[in-house]
Design a binder for this molecule. Sequence first.
Ligand SMILES: Cc1ncc(COP(=O)(O)O)c(C=O)c1O
Length: 398
Amino acid sequence: MMQPFGLLPLFDRPPEMGELSAPDKARLELIYQKFVREADHLLGYPTNSLFDYSSLLPFLAFGANNVGDPFLASNLGLNTHELERELIEIFCRLTQGPRPDTWGYVTNGGTEGNMYGLFLARERFPEGIVYYSEDSHYSIAKILRVLKVRSLMIRSLPDGRMDLDDLRETVHIERHKPAIMVVNAGTTMKGAIDDLVGIRNVLCEMGITQNHLHIDAALSGMLLPFMDDSPPWNFAHGADTLSISGHKMIGSPIPCGVALARRELVDLVASGVEYIGTRDTTLSGSRNAITPLFLWYAFHTIGEKGFRDWVRKCQETTKKTIEILTTLGRHPWAHEKSITVVFHRPSQGLIRKWQLATEGPISHIICMPHVNLERIQRFANDLRNDPNSVHPNKKGLP
Ligand SMILES: Cc1ncc(COP(=O)(O)O)c(C=O)c1O
């Protein structure tokens, strides 16, 4: 008889598999305890730890695989393509991508989504030049090396947004070449949103009609849809490709994300593969079938209303955090549509203890759903009592 979903998972334990030795068990115990400790001190990285996927455990008994295009049938039926497609429908709505002209798939994270977007852009404009800002995520520079495309880095303003004067000057020199723009919808360190309309205006002034707009919305792609009066950032404002991380705001024990693209661009890279009986349109071959399940489950349990409530709470925590750090003389600030609080870096000891992302003179706290005021207060107490956390100067701070 078939095991119904919801009962204990039916793992097919091979007879060759023995028990773990006592020392190995002890090692796992130590690693588990480290997880518990570190998770309780996570302030600086945007991985939401509020989730419960325990009812999906039965699915872990299968070697499922989402290889191939989620919108096409393939020879491998052990997949969650059906849920992946529904997720892409949800993300198309959140990013104002018209269906069926917008296509997408679940990735291994924001980096893969950036790589996919820039891959399509390069196939579209092999002679194009990629422009990205100083504050772009480090994945961008790496991807450009892999793809071997010409690129130019644009200066950032002190608050992390792309400097449009520098863009204008730089683009002017290469105005006869197509422009591939990496637009940040929420930079990694300062949560800055590049001025998409301003960038388009610069390209227009320069008469650059051949252009591609890739939006890196790793974290903010799950914040902006739930905020009132969000600035232009998505397909409604000219995006060609867009990347969002799944494990950041939604939360997942396995990193993931979504890559979205105007469908006609995907045809540039698609090829039929007899071996899997479908079209190869994704960057990875084998793709895990579990993270689409997690993300789908989150949207069907927390729901879009739940995400809106979370985002509102995160914004309230952001304001409170700024108040608290102001009283401690750390000069904190955040962009209006961001939950990233930037402040004078504390001592190395506190950076490590609270896992604070730090660059030069600044650190940040990202007020994710699991970051409550109690946790902020515990950090503030540490800061108050830390003799090594006096910052000598304000260099690099806006
Ligand atoms: C702006 C931005 N882009 C891309 C990424 C990379 O995302 P992932 O870690 O999911 O690959 C990050 C991660 O922090 C990010 O902040």
